[in-house]
Design a protein around this ligand. Sequence first.
Ligand code: ADP
Ligand code: MG
Length: 643
Amino acid sequence: MSKNKFLDLIEKQRKEKKREKFKGTFMEYLDLIEKNPDSADLAHRRLYKSIVEKGTRKIEESDPRYTSFFQKENTNIYDYFADYFFGNEKVISKFMRYLKSASAKGEESRQVLLLMGPVGAGKSALVDHIKRSMESKPVYAIEGCPINEEPLHLLPRSLRSKFEDILGVKIEGDLCPVCRHRLMEEYNGQYEKMGVVEKSISIRGRTGIAVVPPVDANTQDTSMLIGVQDISKLDLYSEDDPRTLTLNGAFNKGNRGIVEFVEVFKNEIEFLHTIITATQEKAVPSPGSNAMIYFDGVILSHCNEAEWNRFKSEHTNEAILDRIVKIDVPYSLEVDQEIKIYQKMIGMSDFRDVHIAPHTLKIAAMFAVISRMEESQKCDLVTKMKIYNGEEVIERGRVKKIDVKDLRDEFEREGMGGISTRFIMKSIDAALSDSENETITPISMMKALINQVKDQITDNNFKSQCLDIIQKMVRDEYLKILENEIAKAFISAYEEQARSIFESYLDNAEAFTTNNTVRNRITKEERKPDERFMKSIESAIGITGAARDGFRSDVTAYMFAKMRKGENVDYTSYAPLKDAIEAYLISSVKDIARIVTKSKTRDDDQKKRYSEMMRVLIEDYGYNENSAEEVITYASNNIWRDS
Ligand SMILES: Nc1ncnc2c1ncn2[C@@H]1O[C@H](COP(=O)(O)OP(=O)(O)O)[C@@H](O)[C@H]1O
Ligand SMILES: [Mg+2]
């Protein structure tokens, strides 16, 4: 039974794979092109289309990132990248703009694209993803051609403009020496009889995609780029006979698609000249003594900033610089996007099943983002981080008004340095492998980050800066988040109490404002407003002295206005009062927190409330038993220390 199931799968796949690939004569190919001129697209356009066809959209103006990140520019978002890349939409959009004009055969098609940025900014990952978009796309090539060249090259120059009119395509490029030789020797010049085959672009098969890793000067040899002349064949053939050629260099294999140069400036200058020729003249030298060979491909390269600066400063490199379209690839400066990067990487790792407590990745992301930012006069780094992340920053009851564009424009290089994604992934890995119960928490994350900083960062200045960020800024932010969260979980265990505090505060405040007495809801007894009670609530959010009267009348006016409109009011209706009630209740959290560490004082009621709070943390907020205990203990030691 199961054997047949497997066999079925195998056969089914084999059948599907057998979608008929085109194989025919040049004449049949001309028919094909007449029906479908796109098949003769050049590499840049082929690549552009293969990305665009996956879908595009505009960033919506209602999206907070429209302002905080895109600076109100109507940027295109490409679906092909959207599930894998986060926070570098601007890089992608610049790249696509380059490709678009290159596909229109603009000057850009004769330029090398260079992605420049710090390690771990995603340059290699981007180029990989770009290459993959072309995979399994068909290209048509002269049968047997070592560089898979476009069959239209078979048409003699004198006939080309006529064919261009009929077919609706531009024909450029000359036949490679191998095909030219075969045309003459085997087909007697009758190109219409030569064969054409359909091939699939493939990274592993090195069809239409080639990668050139950096090589050291000693082993550097242009044969890596343009192939070799096989010396052993010189016994059989003359020196200019194309049958002596082995065209397996990167420009040969990557013809019709992409040639990638990894860390391009690690190569010797001589090596780079071939790249320039390939773009400028759309041709590469042939090994041996043959003519140049036409090349149609997208050249993608990447490097880091130090390499770029070194290269740029060399006077002799001007010609090459002129041929480069550089796109900066900075790190993300948005906490939420940075978190998505980690989530993606964890999802792909062996750690995808461990428990990651709430805010854990945020801790790492905050650290990374702050380490990448420049100090501004306009606000502190934590505020800047929040503004970049599209958050409203509230200070003393007001939304802080800082223009995100002003901040962004202040430092051009911001995001080109600081902590890398790889550094963070290493810390996450360390935290995970140190964990005893397959759990990581913000606390173990901070510990792991501190250890990594101490171990890995050699620059003492940067090291102490980093420790400062983690131990002060990130830690403080976390304590605020945690306090808020535990308070919320705690309040839901005290919902009833919050309600009754609210009612009684409102009764008292109204009586105070209208110079009346308060009637007890149960005993109907009339009493003067309870000054002590009101003060204890108000002081929880720092309202003292003369400000109290105003607060009381504000609350009363607000609530009664609502009630007159027939709306329900409860303790959450008026934000300042809600804050006050919660803060008032939170002072009791101290007791709960203490119970965790000093269990002898736990009575039944406290036990009940504690377990209710645990339940909320676990069921509503996504903690597990271990992580919830850990953060509560942390809070009790750091927020609600014995006072
Ligand atoms: N903006 C981003 N979106 C998604 N993943 C990213 C991003 N930046 C970096 N990464 C991930 O970080 C890792 C390191 O990136 P890599 O491409 O090797 O960097 P580089 O080549 O720039 O040194 C990769 O796994 C990559 O997927
Ligand atoms: Mg890389």
